[in-house]
Write a protein that binds this ligand. Structure first.
Ligand SMILES: *[C@@H]1O[C@H](CO)[C@@H](O)[C@H](O)[C@H]1NC(C)=O
Ligand SMILES: *[C@@H]1O[C@H](CO)[C@@H](O)[C@H](O)[C@H]1NC(C)=O
Ligand SMILES: *[C@@H]1O[C@H](CO)[C@@H](O)[C@H](O)[C@H]1NC(C)=O
Length: 466
C-alpha cells in the first residue's frame, strides 16, 4: 500500500477499532503488513504432528474412584501414586503441569462426585493462603478471611490470632461486633463500655468472648500464650481497619490531648508515633483482682458479661458419632446476634444434611479433615474439602453436611447471625412428612420411607453403604 494522508490514517485507526482486520493503520505508520513474519502463522502443508505416548502414564486409583460417579465416596489420594481426575466413567488423565499437593488436599475438586453440577460460589478458604500480619517483637501474628477471599461471605469474616505470653492485641474498638472462640492457651480480656462499666476476665481454650460494636477492649496472652478465632458480623471486616489507642493519641494535636486530660505537653513526649497492633508487654499479674478497676458505674452486670466459659459446659447433644455444643443468646445474652455450635464428628461419622433458615453459616475447622457438598438450588451443587485451619461459608437455605473423611476427630465451629441456634434437618423433615407425599415425590419404597426418623440426628454414624 502507498502512503496515505495523516487524516485518512486517523480515520482508519478509528475504523480499525471496530474492524480489527483492517491492516491500513499499520501501513499508515510506515510498517507494511508484509513485514509480519508469516512462516509460523496458521496452516502449513509442511506441519508435522508430534504424538506423545500418554497411554502409559503411571497412576493408581484411590479406593472408590472407579465406582459409579454419583456414589461419590471421598477419594483418599494420600499414598496414591499420581492421582488422576477420573471418577467412574468420567474424566481423563492429566499429563501435567499440576500441583499434586493441591489435588491430594482437594480430591473433590480434582475428581468431583457425579452429583456435583453447575456452579456454586466458592465456600472454602485455607487461612494458610492468607497473608500474615506479624506483630512487633515476635509478640504474635494474625491472619484473616473476609470478602477478599470468599466473596459471598458478606455477613461474617474471621481472624486467627496468636499472642505470646505477655503480648497484647492493643486497646482498640471497631464498627463490627466481635465473637471469639479460644483455640489454644489462655488470655486476659478487658473492656470498658459506654456506661463506664468495667470488665476483666481470664479465658481458656474452648471459652468464648463477645464485644459489642464500638466497645474498646484489649487482649493479653497469659502464660504459654494464646491463639484464638475471631468472628465479625461484617464480611468486609479487616484487622487493618480498627480504631487503636496508639493512633488515637498519635493523631490528635498534643495541645488538644493536654487540654483533654488537663496535663502538661511533657506528658506526651514518649507516646508511640502510630500503630502497635500486636506488641510485647509486661506480663499480666496472675492475681486478676489487681486489674479490677471500678468507677461509679461499677462492673458490667453478670447477665451482660462479655465472656462465657464454654469449655466447662457439657455437650448439648452427644451421640455415638460425636457431639455438639450449642452457645446462643439464650445462654450468652450480650452476643445477641451470634449463635454457634462447636461440633465434634468422629471418623466416618457426619454432621447430617441440614440448612439454616435465616442466616448464612461461617465456619472454621479446628481439627481433622472433612468435606461439605453445598446444594444451591437451580440444579447447582459443589463439593469442597476442608482441613484444620480452613474457613468455610454456606449461604442461608443451601443444604450442606460435614463428613469426617479422615482418621482423626473433626472439630469445627459453625457460627450464625441468629438469635438462637437452629437448622432444618433433611432427615427430620422427610421423616415428619406424610409418607405418601414422600413416596410419590422421591419414588422410594414404603420400606425405606418407614425407616426415616422423626427426630433430628445432628450427627450420624459412619459407613452405611451397601
Ligand atoms: C496447644 O498447642 C500446643 C502446641 O502445639 C499443643 O501441644 C496443645 O495440645 C494445644 N492445646 C490445645 C487445647 O489444643
Ligand atoms: C419408580 O421406580 C420404579 C422401580 O424402578 C420404576 O419402575 C418406576 O417407573 C418409577 N416411577 C417413576 C414415577 O419414576
Ligand atoms: C407401608 O408401611 C407402613 C408403616 O411401616 C405400614 O403400616 C403399611 O401397611 C405399609 N403399606 C404398604 C402398602 O406396604
Amino acid at each position: 500500500m502507498t502512503r496515505i494522508s495523516t487524516i485518512t490514517s486517523v480515520l482508519l485507526t478509528i475504523a480499525s477499532l471496530e474492524h480489527t482486520a483492517l491492516a491500513a493503520p499499520l501501513a499508515a505508520t510506515g510498517t507494511s503488513s508484509a513485514t509480519v513474519p508469516t512462516a509460523l502463522l496458521g496452516f502449513s502443508p509442511d506441519n508435522t504432528v508430534k504424538n506423545e505416548n500418554t497411554d502409559n502414564i503411571d497412576f493408581q486409583f484411590a479406593a472408590g474412584q472407579t465406582e459409579a460417579a454419583n456414589i461419590g465416596p471421598y477419594l483418599d489420594f494420600n499414598n496414591i501414586q499420581n492421582p488422576q481426575p477420573i471418577r467412574g466413567t468420567k474424566g481423563g488423565t492429566d499429563p501435567g503441569p499440576r500441583t499434586e499437593e493441591y489435588d491430594v488436599l482437594n480430591p473433590d475438586k480434582l475428581a468431583p462426585p457425579g452429583t456435583d453440577h453447575g456452579g456454586v460460589d466458592n465456600a472454602q478458604w485455607p487461612l494458610g493462603l492468607s497473608h500474615n500480619k506479624l506483630g512487633l517483637g515476635r509478640a504474635g501474628w494474625s491472619r484473616q478471611q473476609n470478602t477478599d477471599n470468599i466473596p459471598i461471605a458478606t455477613d461474617m469474616a474471621g481472624v486467627d490470632m496468636r499472642l505470646e505470653e505477655g503480648a497484647y492485641r492493643e486497646l482498640h474498638w471497631h464498627k463490627a461486633a466481635e465473637w471469639s472462640y479460644v483455640l489454644n492457651g489462655s488470655v486476659r480480656v478487658q473492656a470498658v463500655n459506654e456506661e463506664g462499666q468495667t470488665f476483666v476476665d481470664d479465658l481458656n481454650a474452648g471459652d468464648v468472648w463477645y464485644f459489642p460494636p464500638g466497645v474498646p477492649h484489649s487482649l493479653q496472652g497469659l502464660a504459654g500464650g494464646v491463639e484464638f478465632l475471631l468472628v465479625f458480623d461484617d464480611g468486609s471486616f479487616s484487622e487493618d481497619n480498627t480504631f487503636l489507642a496508639s493512633e488515637t493519641f498519635a493523631h490528635n494535636p498534643l495541645e488538644v490531648l493536654s487540654k483533654n486530660f488537663q496535663l502538661p505537653l511533657s506528658a506526651w513526649s514518649n507516646i508511640p508515633p502510630g500503630e502497635l497492633f500486636i506488641f510485647p508487654g509486661t506480663k499480666a499479674p496472675a492475681d486478676i483482682s489487681k486489674q479490677n478497676i471500678v468507677g461509679s458505674a461499677g462492673i458490667v452486670p453478670i447477665e451482660n458479661s462479655y465472656t462465657y466459659h464454654l469449655s466447662k459446659a457439657a455437650p448439648t447433644h452427644e451421640v455415638e458419632g460425636g457431639s455438639i455444643k450449642v452457645l446462643d443468646p439464650t445462654l450468652f445474652p450480650i452476643a445477641s446476634s451470634f449463635s454457634a455450635a462447636i461440633v465434634t464428628v468422629k471418623p466416618g461419622a457426619m454432621r447430617e444434611i441440614h440448612w439454616h433458615t435465616t442466616s448464612d453459616e461461617w465456619n472454621f475447622f479446628v481439627a481433622g479433615n472433612a468435606r461439605i457438598s453445598v446444594y444451591a438450588a437451580q440444579g447447582n451443587a459443589r463439593t469442597f474439602d476442608y482441613h484444620a485451619g480452613d474457613c468455610g461459608y454456606i449461604p442461608k437455605s443451601m443444604t450442606h453436611y460435614v463428613e469426617n473423611i479422615g482418621t482423626d476427630d473433626v472439630v469445627f465451629v459453625e457460627v450464625l447471625q441468629a438469635d438462637h441456634f437452629s437448622d432444618v434437618s433433611l432427615g427430620q423433615w422427610v421423616g415428619l412428612t406424610p409418607p405418601q407425599i414422600i413416596q410419590d415425590t422421591l419414588n422410594l419404597t414404603n420400606e425405606t420411607v418407614s425407616q426415616f426418623k422423626k427426630e433430628k440426628q445432628y450427627i450420624v454414624q459412619g459407613d452405611v453403604v451397601a
